[in-house]
Design a protein around this ligand. Structure first.
Ligand SMILES: [Zn+2]
Length: 308
């Protein structure tokens, strides 16, 4: 298994939490074209049913002697009425992490690229019926803007929930805040950042707003190697080919489009590996310009995750 690659002085290890079909690609990326959908390979779309093939995974970075977990998946045991597939999910994620050589106590830093349920779940776990930090010795880097935006006390600043589906999603986001963010704040482990945050010589967080107001990208620069850990900038390779196509989860459509194009442009220019949160298959790839969009080439050497 090649779950680890080396980028300059940094090792990057993929730790899978969950993979499976999740609705249709045409639901997840509703602005995508039929031609683009037809071109998606079987790692990303079931050719018979059109189902979206999803991975939920964390990226473990070892940089300058520290262990850093980028995004923490959906987590176990949660009430998630807004997304039944992940309601009271049970996965062996912590065993997978241990197999990658990481005990929860070893983690020095956690990065939440943004505050959606599938990026903050393993921030916490249940201990005697209470949500406690999973990584007790870590500091958790959380974008300040998302921390404010998703705090239920600031509900009045968000667009009103108009439909039953909106109200269910809103209730779900309150649950996420309560079980995955509040315990980190209460334990004094949160490092709220804005503008940008330099982690070390190799790693810097910068804003990538649109998907959520506080969405961010973790930039790796070491030697001649570059990588962008982009969270949910793209959910599917179709958004690389068609960068104007947002996911159904993007909160600010115009800003999400502009950010996607800006970052893909920069990735193409600098030959940065683009590492999204939810690609199965090889998980990450370089991009280059192609027509009005981009195309993927040079997949990363990770052992492919196949969705069935
Ligand atoms: Zn996500």
């Amino acid at each position: 298994m090649h779950d680890t690659i080396q980028l300059g002085d940094v090792t990057v290890t993929r730790v899978l939490e969950w993979s499976g079909p999740l609705r249709m690609v045409s639901d997840i990326v509703p602005d995508s074209t039929a031609e683009g959908l037809a071109r998606l390979g079987p790692d990303f779309r079931n050719p018979d049913t059109g189902a979206y093939h999803c991975a939920i995974q964390s990226w473990v970075l070892r940089s300058e002697g520290r262990t850093i977990v980028v995004d923490t998946g959906a987590g176990n045991d949660r009430d998630r009425p807004q997304i039944p597939v992940f309601d009271h999910l049970r996965t062996p994620f912590l065993d997978n992490l241990r197999r990658a050589g990481v005990e929860p106590e070893d983690v020095d830093l956690v990065v939440n690229t943004h505050v959606h349920y599938d990026h903050v779940g393993w921030n916490t776990h249940l201990v005697n019926g209470e949500w406690a930090p999973t990584f007790p010795n870590a500091r958790y880097l959380i974008p300040r803007i998302d921390r404010q935006y998703f705090d239920p006390v600031n509900e009045h600043r968000r667009p009103p929930a108009r439909t039953d589906a909106d109200r269910l999603r809103r209730r779900g986001s309150h649950l996420v805040f309560a079980d995955s963010i509040v315990p980190i704040l209460d334990h004094g482990l949160a490092m709220l950042w804005e503008d940008s945050f330099r982690i070390d010589r190799n790693l810097t967080l910068t804003p990538a707003p649109g998907h959520t107001p506080g969405s961010s990208v973790l930039r790796l620069t070491s030697g001649t190697d570059r990588a962008f850990f982009v969270g949910d900038l793209v959910h599917s390779p179709i958004q690389v080919a068609e960068p104007a196509a947002n996911s159904c989860f993007c909160e600010n459509p115009a800003e999400a489009r502009a950010t996607r194009r800006r970052l893909l442009d920069e990735a193409a220019e600098t030959r940065a590996l683009v590492v999204p949160a939810h690609f199965p298959g090889h998980g990450a790839a370089e991009v280059r310009r192609s027509g009005d969009g981009y195309e993927l080439h040079n997949w990363a050497a990770f052992e492919p995750v196949r969705v069935r």
